[in-house]
Design a protein around this ligand. Sequence first.
Ligand SMILES: Cc1ncc(COP(=O)(O)O)c(C=O)c1O
Length: 242
Amino acid sequence: MNELEEAFKQKPKALILCNPSNPSGKVFTLEELETIARFAKKYDAFVITDEVYEHIVYSPYKHTYFASLPGMFERTISCSSLSKTYSITGWRLGYLIAPSHIIDGARKVHDFLTVGAAAPLQEAAVVALNFGDDYYEELKRIYTEKRDLFLSGLDRLGLTYTVPQGAYYVMVDISEFGFASDLEFCEWMAKEVGVAAVPGSSFFRDNVNHLIRFHFAKKRETLEEALKRLEKLKDKARERWK
Ligand SMILES: Cc1ncc(COP(=O)(O)O)c(C=O)c1O
């Protein structure tokens, strides 16, 4: 918390909050969000939220919209996307919710950057936005199943990871493999084991090199195949050091 307040003391215009978080899968608690809200008010900063995984949250965790906290709508720019909730990554459809004077500014920039989203895709999005609650319950059920399948596989393989509370990624600790960097590890794993991961260092400003990110938004057969290939991981790593 001290670290966060120190950052606010530098007078930022805004804090960016990714909740649920990519890559860690963290879902911020109400108490944590209230702390951020207190600082945003005290240091007069905006909070720009990225809540694209708002509907992919694992029980018992709950997602709270930052803008819903008392007094926060005025200083929150809520960003979301349809790509995760409706499985349409690549459509590049999203939206902002903010007080109207902020939206006026955003509209001007948006017009110059993209002109607008493709009209037929917007028509399809309207259908999705009218889905009932059962759609969101099913989405959660499907991802919970994928998460449980993949994490139990990682357990069987004896890999160390942080349990995701939301989103569809898992950060695995690769310290035990003794590689000089996470990038080197990921390149080696793709070639030797046939499974790809994203080097964790791409998500950090500091020199963090011991984490990789898997994602499990895949069919059951694909996840099972990936886990099967990962069975060779430890042996291959041992061979490498011989
Ligand atoms: C946290 C986060 N925000 C935004 C995006 C991008 O969303 P879109 O598909 O709408 O460009 C992603 C996609 O990976 C994401 O993980």
